[in-house]
Design a protein around this ligand. Structure first.
Ligand code: TXA
Ligand code: MG
Length: 510
């Protein structure tokens, strides 16, 4: 019997800025200038790896070059390398521009999988080498390969955008010994398969729950109305409550809005990816269903690496509320989602416990006003250092603009009361549970309690808020007594959630 051929490891090389000089859109052979020493490295590499070249050719979409120009350049590159004794198995290129809503990532997963299937490639032992941070990130987080970032081409300019932990080399020669050091982990492959499955579900109009740094979201293709309708059905959410649209790349903003504002740009530079949602006038193509008939759309780029990889693979903006039944506590683990909505969603991606633990801060741009609609994962003080004093919506007479401002929200099933000193409350007949900020008083004897942060740290308290409330809610108590936390920094978001859980409006609580 024939032994099945072992799959090969491969190296996918970005063309411009990695092998040849980045000279814009190439139309002539004379523009193909190989970096010095590249032939030697490729000869060395091909002893252990199959070689592929990938590139973006957005010039095709923009009309600067044709597909035939690109093919001619590739043919010339292939022949030149062959003369040097180097065999390139395949050339892959993406002809789109950003305006086509293609992010033209290299290594585009589609190409890599095509190559993997056609040439029997083992991606877990394969590498991508290029000079764009995003491409290296896709290799690392999405494809289960190892990405190596080169400081050639665009490399130096974008170095500050490279994720911590990424492998960086001065040039192709320097990457060679690094590749010896790495062997990608097989478990990456299983994780990747799941991400790929999740993105396929979204593209086919399904619903996926995915982790973000704040809480788990319930996602659908933002441009697919039928899929977004299912979100409302699954959550039992009233249609007047709009959905936040999640993106993986700042270029996607232009798919959703034309609005521009210098302070908005500064907020994005400072806080994205991260727990900040911006509400801005929407483009007509954004469905009224997503914005609940409002003329504005909420946009957020989450900071969770799994979320970003998932969103990148979806290649469309993803509308997602928190993955809980309407009005109930937000989920901060995959188990919370499973418990609340399991069976109703097509897939739950498990990314562990959410680091921030409370939802994003929501800011609206309206005329010259910048309005705080919901305190959340970024302290208001930090935002105000860029925007100046925010208008606090709740204290205003403006009509309700964000249904998250409904009086009851984020609630457990159990009744909840907020107090300065919950242990002073005595009621022999009621089964009571306690939520303390940093410590349980010594003289209170109960096993039904949670402490948000023994260190009294507000970030840790936010991280633990919903999971503590979930735990207390599962005890079948008559009442939860929650202690007030300091109303500064992230404490504002925590108090906002506690007040809503208790059905106290901000005006009453201030
Ligand atoms: O951290 C978060 O923001 C999480 C994760 C999943 O990203 N999402 C989240 O979504 O909390 P949701 O739907 O549970 O809460 C979003 C709030 C809602 O209160 C909604 O009314 C408000 O944002 N919102 C969304 N779009 C809006 C819009 N166009 N205008 C005003 N408010 C909007
Ligand atoms: Mg929610």
């Amino acid at each position: 019997m024939l032994k099945e051929q072992e799959p090969y490891p491969a190296v996918f090389l970005d063309r411009d800025g990695t092998i040849i000089e980045d000279n814009g859109y190439l139309k002539q052979k004379s523009q193909v200038l190989f970096y010095p020493g590249v032939f030697d490295v490729l000869r060395e590499l091909q002893k252990n790896f199959k070689l592929f070249i990938v590139s973006n050719q957005s010039g095709i979409s923009k009309g600067f070059i044709t597909v035939d120009d690109v093919k001619m350049i590739h043919q010339y590159t292939k022949e030149t390398l062959l003369k040097e004794g180097i065999r390139i198995e395949g050339f892959y290129f993406c002809p789109h521009a950003k305006e086509d809503a293609c992010f033209c990532i290299k290594p585009k997963p589609y190409f890599v999988f095509k190559a993997a299937a056609a040439y029997n490639i083992d991606l877990t032992r394969s590498f991508f080498i290029g000079d764009h941070p995003q491409d290296v990130e896709v290799a690392d987080f999405v494809l289960g390969m190892k990405g190596i970032y080169l400081l050639t081409g665009h490399g130096r300019k974008h170095r500050h955008q490279v994720k911590p932990g990424a492998e960086i080399a001065d040039n192709l020669q320097a990457a060679l010994p690094m590749m010896e050091k790495f062997r990608s982990k097989p478990e990456n492959r299983a994780a990747f398969e799941k991400l790929l499955q999740a993105s396929r579900i979204i593209r086919q109009g399904g619903i996926v729950s995915f982790p973000t740094e704040t809480v788990y979201g319930l996602g659908a293709d933002a441009f697919n109305e039928k899929a977004c309708t299912r979100i409302f059905e699954i959550k039992d959410r009233p249609s007047f409550d709009p959905l936040i649209v999640h993106i993986s790349n700042k270029d996607q903003i232009s798919l959703l809005t034309d609005y521009q504002n210098e302070k908005m740009t500064r907020l994005i530079e400072r806080f994205w990816p991260g727990p900040l949602t911006l509400i801005v006038p929407k483009k007509p193509r954004v469905s009224d269903l997503v914005t609940a008939g409002l003329p504005n759309v909420g946009i957020r780029m989450p900071a969770h690496s799994l979320a970003l990889s998932f969103l990148k693979l979806c290649a469309c903006p993803v509308a997602a509320p928190s993955a809980n039944p309407f009005g109930y506590l937000s989920p901060t683990t995959a188990a919370h989602v499973e418990q609340q909505l399991g069976g109703k969603v097509d897939l739950i991606l498990d990314g562990g416990a959410c680091a921030v633990g409370i939802e994003s801060t929501i800011i609206q741009f309206k005329g010259d006003d910048i309005i705080l609609l919901r305190p959340g994962g970024i302290p208001i003080e930090e935002i105000e250092s860029i925007t100046g004093k925010l208008i606090h919506h709740e204290k205003n007479t403006l009509k309700v603009e964000s249904p998250g401002q409904l009086k009851y929200h984020y609630s457990p099933r159990t009744k909840i009361k907020i107090m300065d000193n919950p242990s002073a409350y005595r009621n022999q007949d009621a089964k009571v549970g306690y939520l303390f900020f940093s410590e349980k008083p010594q003289d209170l004897y109960t096993e039904h309690y949670e402490i948000l942060s023994e260190k009294g740290d507000l970030a840790e308290a936010s991280h633990n808020l919903f999971s503590s409330l979930h735990k207390l809610d599962d005890l079948g108590l008559d009442l939860i007594l929650a202690q007030k936390v300091p109303s500064r920094g992230l404490g504002r978001g925590i108090m906002n959630r506690l007040n809503k859980a208790a059905g106290i409006s901000e005006e009453e609580s201030i």
